[in-house]
Unconditional design. Sequence first.
Length: 261
Amino acid sequence: MMARTLNTNLISNKIPYEIYESSKQGAIAVAQMIATLIKEKQRVGENCVLGLATGSTPEPMYAELIRMHKEEGLSFKNVITFNLDEYYPMKPESSQSYHYFMEKQLFAHVDIKEENVHVPDGTIQENDIKEYGASYDKQIADAGGIDIQILGIGNNGHIGFNEPGASRYSGTRLITLDENTREANARNFSHLEEVPYRAITMGIGSILKSKKIMLLAWGDKKADAVQKSILEEATESVPASLLQAHNNCVFIIDTAASRLL
Ligand code: GLP
């Protein structure tokens, strides 16, 4: 596998990164790291807590994890998952929901226990969301914290649905989507008007509590957000740049996404 790792101390990048020749190679490498941790935890009788993302970026990683389950017997019985986000309002059975996405991309194909899967609930009464968000973060803490958090990145640098301006201390909460994000995600809906205006997302503060963070980015369209996050000063206007504050974060990118580094 062709990977190139650059040392954060030698040049001006503020977050270490690994470049792969293709998204498929990068995705397979990440799936292998996740599988290794799941198996290590199994050996010592512990759970492995994963923070999971939606979007097209992690799809090949989920495909590889399913392959490992089917062909190599990788078990998910000790895996607990927390997804980053869900549209609001959104019914879990809707084909546009992130619940549906996760079922289709991973959960239905592996032996994970239903009670170990957590995706923010897009049907909560609006008045109850504040309390719900705090309880989502508490559930993560009660599970022992996230061992590996997987992230994608929006064209505007968002992580989860933390849009530019999100506080570095934010917890799970209701947010308003940027127009830019609604447009980018409209491909999963029949019309732009159908894309919800809001979402529930884990906060930047929730994400930063993870023990390890791996942000995946493929393709030319992500190059600008990747460059700003890795090379420029951390700022709330580029949410992924706030990951510079974490001491165990790595960007896994393909050659196209590394174009501006
Ligand atoms: C959505 C998700 C993000 C994801 C982003 C990028 O907005 N909430 O978690 O990182 O899309 O999507 P894609 O991977 O399809 O480029």
